[in-house]
Structures are given as C-alpha cells and as structure tokens.
Write a protein that binds this ligand. Structure first.
Ligand code: NOJ
Length: 528
C-alpha cells in the first residue's frame, strides 16, 4: 500500500458523485431481457462522459432472486444471470481506467433461505449453523413469539415445521435474518468483505444498515397507530414501531470493526449505509465518533416534502449533528421509492432541474439513480407484469417498486437499445426521454446534470461548508463552500442577492440579470 495521505485521495467520496445502477435495468448485453455486468462495461464510455466517480451496483451475488439479489445464496461469487467473477473483475479494471470506482451492495442483515448456512440451520436444532439465525419458540398458548411484523406488513415469524421453531425475517420469509449475537457471523462477514476488497471493490453500500442486531430478549414492539408506509414515520409502519428489530445499539460495534478493516486499505474502503431512518438524530449515531460508517444515505431528506423549509431543516440539522467533518449522501431516488421526478417534481421538468441543482450543490456526496439524469418519471407497470415479490399486487397498500425500475432508455426505438430480447419489465413508454437525444441537446436535463457533476466536483470537495443565508416558504438561499445557491420554489421570479459573484450555472436556460426564474436555481461564485 502506498502512503498517499491527502484527504483528496483517502476521502475520494467528498465532492464525488455516485451512480446507482439497478443492474437488471441498465443494459442487457446477451439478449436475455435483463441487464448484466457486461452491459455496464459496454456503457462505461457514457458514464465517464457523465463524469461520475463511482458506480454502486445493486446486488450481484448468486441469489434465487426472490428479492432480486437481496436474498444472497453465496457471498463470494457473481449471479450467473449477471455475469461471472471474471466479468466483474473486468468491470473494476475498465471502470478504473476511466477514473471510476465500483461499489457492491452487501446484504448482511439476512441471507437467502437457500443459503447453505440456512439449509444447515433448519436441518436440526443442534446443527452447526442453527444460531446464525434468529429462532424462537411460540408462546405456551400457541401464539407467535412476539408482535413483530416484516417489511410487507405480514407476520415476521415463519414456523419451520421440521424443527418446530419459528425463524425471524424483517423482509420476506425467503430472507431469514442473521443472528448477530453469534460471533461467528461477524467472522464470516469480515472474510467476505476482505474477499471483495482484495478484488478491488472500492466499498459497500450496506443494505439495511440500521438492521443487523435484534433485541436479545425479542421484546414486543410498541404499538403505534401512525401506520403508514412512505411517510416520515418509517419506524411506525403497519401500526407497530420497529423499536426492537432495528437500530439496536450493539450494531455500532460492527461498524467500528468494519471501519477499522476498511482503513487497512489505501485508499480506505468506503462503508455507505442504507441508513433508512426518518430523523437526523437517528442517522447521526451511525457515524459514531467518526469511527463507524464514513457515509450514510440521508433518508430524512429523501422523505422530506419538496419544500424549502422542510429540506433546509434537514440539511441544517444534519450538519449540526454529525461528527465534525463527516460527509453525507444527498439523493432523491432509489430502487425502493418513487423517483424524485415524480415524487418531488410532480413530473415537471423545471422542478426536477431545481431538485438536481439543490442535491448537487450541497457539500457531501451526490447520488444519482440511473435514469434520473434524464428525468425519467415513474412508470405505471400493470400488475400482471410486475415482478417484485415484495410489493407486487400492492400487498398491504405498498407502492409497486417496479415502477421505479423500468429499463434505461438509450435511444427512442421500441427496445430503447436496452435489450435485443424481451425486456424483463416494460421499456418506459416515454420514448423522448433517452440518452441519445439528450446527449445531443445542450439544454437537456442530461446536460444540466453533467454540468452539476462537474461543478460539484470542482467546488464541493473536502472543507466545503454549508451556511444558510435565508429560507422562507418560497426560497432557499445558502452558501456551500465557495458557491452561493439561490433556489426559487415559487411561481414568481426571485431577485438574487446583490452581493453575489459570477453566475456559474442556472437550472433553467436563462437567468436574467440576477432574476432567478420560477422553480429554478442559480448558482453563483459567492462574493468575497
Ligand atoms: C433494502 C433494499 O434496498 C431493498 O430493495 C430490499 O428489498 C431490502 N433492503 C431487503 O434486502
């Protein structure tokens, strides 16, 4: 390992842009209808042109695909549908040659029910791997071990007939939760992570980062009537607060250990948590004293309404409460939620441009979900074509996640140049929203996002600080490092402050003599 120690090199994610690839939907190279790793290699030229620093791939490990790879059956290989280890190695090398790093998705909260550990665990009560999972007896009156519900709103316990005990799952019954009270589970993951680091993986997006440990006593969760999904009360879904099956204090030691291991590499490997919590004070602990995760997705911002006061409050609280010098990830979409263009921008291009501009001008890491750079809006996939077992059919009122997973459109042909086969999900009906067209149009959303990525990388590296200047119901003005951002969330134009420097970027074509157009943002060099 060489000894480059500047924070520019060791903390490459500051001022960086991450590009989140839902692998099955990005590019199909072998005409089987879903995307694959070779497809990503074939599109590296585009990603380099866009200017992103790292790619985060949705799960790539072998899986029976009950939750498209979030049910892992082998942690040290590649799902054959997507490629093989050699293809992944080639992706890492070729992305590296173009200045991009590759991150994988690590699912450590649970495995597939077809993972050999679980097959052994369920074979008998005293099998070697029994305590890798969370088992419990039913109560004497025949009722369930406790009142926990899973992510679909169904009972989180499944009876294993053969051994007469229930196993616990925070997600599907095909995704049994691991028991992190067993030290051997820690050793397994230390080995797995090291395996990938040594292949050149730059870090992990940690699935369900607020999971892992469950209450040792398996106490009943408090009943909470705010039982709705996708509002900010994410810990209170389905009428039950997830007090004892998420966010357990013991989880922090895992991240301290993982961080110490990540720091053994140069540059350090990145731990980016899917810290799915509703409030900033629940997110902050995952940074520890600067010795746990280097980054967490800022879900409180993702869940906030697209209103200046609400967004600014989360940003203010985040910078005030994270340990000094910590970074965070600003994102508006992912594969589990409606896309930001639909959720925040109501399918309006101006609002989407404003949203991208805000996300990319905050100090920290800007994360883009594939297709958002084109302004892809949610699809409306008919229920008979939906593929996602977790949300298909709208079980317990869930929003179908497939709507945010439509294949990428590379051009306006029927198959969007995504596949030469039958696409696994329908190609997005809006043929005009495609890479080819937008690349040749300097006024497109794609060009704006490309300019934002460049601006972000030039101005928002280490040391850039956020300073709020003014927030009202209609505007949000802030300094971000050497930038002054004037974001107008109103139907009328806004006068930019007189003390502003040169205009660097406007989310809408013309910023007219200091007037920021309705639903747009202008970015200036802050005046000295
Ligand atoms: C979060 C992932 O983003 C989601 O897609 C998955 O279903 C759950 N974790 C379970 O792994």
């Amino acid at each position: 390992m060489n000894q480059q120690n500047s924070s520019e090199t060791t903390e490459w994610w500051r001022g960086a842009t991450l590009y989140h690839i839902y692998v099955r939907s990005f590019q199909d190279a072998n005409a089987d209808g879903h995307g694959d790793i070779q497809g990503i290699i074939d599109r590296l030229e585009y990603l380099e042109w866009l200017g992103v620093d790292a790619l985060w791939l949705s799960p790539t490990m072998p899986s029976p695909n009950r939750d498209w790879g979030y049910d892992v059956a082998d942690y040290e290989n590649v799902q054959s549908d997507l490629g093989d280890l050699a293809t992944l190695d080639r992706l890492i090398t070729q992305a590296g040659e173009r200045g991009m790093k590759v991150m994988l998705d690590l699912v450590a909260n649970h495995t597939s029910s077809e993972h050999p550990w679980f097959l052994d665990a369920r074979s008998s009560r005293d099998s070697e791997h029994r305590s890798y999972y969370v088992w419990a007896d039913g109560k004497e009156d025949g009722s369930l071990p406790n009142n926990w519900v899973d992510d679909t709103g169904e009972v989180a316990w499944t009876l294993d007939e053969q051994t007469g005990q229930y196993y616990f799952h925070n997600f599907l019954d095909a995704q049994p939760d691991l028991n992190w009270w067993d030290e051997r589970v820690h050793a397994e993951f230390a080995r797995i992570m090291d395996f990938w680091y040594r292949r050149g993986v730059a870090g992990f997006r940690i699935d369900v980062a607020n999971g892992l440990y469950k209450d040792r006593l398996l106490r009943d969760n408090p009943v909470d009537p705010r039982a709705v999904i996708y509002n900010t009360e994410v810990q209170g879904r389905y009428g039950i607060e997830h007090k004892y099956n998420f966010n357990q204090p013991e989880t922090h030691q895992v991240y301290r250990d993982w961080r110490a291991a990540a720091e053994q590499f140069d540059p350090p490997r990145l731990l980016l948590g899917e810290t799915w919590v509703a409030r900033v004070d629940e997110l902050t602990p995952y940074y520890g004293d600067g010795d746990e995760l280097q980054l967490g997705f800022n879900f409180p911002l993702i869940f906030a309404p697209f209103e200046p006061q609400a967004l600014a409050r989360i940003v203010r609280e985040s910078f005030a409460s994270f340990p000094a010098g910590s970074a965070t990830v600003w994102a508006g979409s992912n594969h589990d939620l409606p896309r930001m263009s639909t959720r925040w921008a109501q399918n309006d291009e101006g609002r989407l441009r404003l949203a991208h501009t805000v996300l990319a001008t905050l100090p920290g890491t800007y994360a883009l979900y594939y297709g958002d750079e084109l302004g892809m809006v949610d699809s409306d996939i008919p229920s008979d074509l939906q593929q996602d077992p977790l949300t298909a059919g709208g079980l317990n009122g869930q929003w179908p996640r497939d709507n945010a997973r439509a294949p990428m459109r590379w051009n306006e042909t029927d198959d969007g140049a995504f596949t030469a086969g039958t696409p696994w999900l329908p190609i997005h009906p809006d043929a005009a929203v495609n890479v080819e067209r937008q690349r040749s149009d300097p006024r497109s959303v794609l060009h704006l996002v490309r300019d934002l990525i460049a601006l972000h990388s030039e101005h928002l590296g280490a040391g850039a600080e956020y300073v709020e200047v003014e927030v009202t119901d209609e505007r949000w003005i802030y300094r971000s490092g050497e930038l002054l951002v004037v974001a107008n969330f109103a139907d009328a134009p806004l006068e930019a402050p007189r003390e502003r420097g040169e205009l660097l970027l406007a989310s809408r074509a013309s910023e007219n003599g200091g007037q920021v157009l309705p639903w747009s943002a202008a970015v200036y060099r802050a005046a000295e």
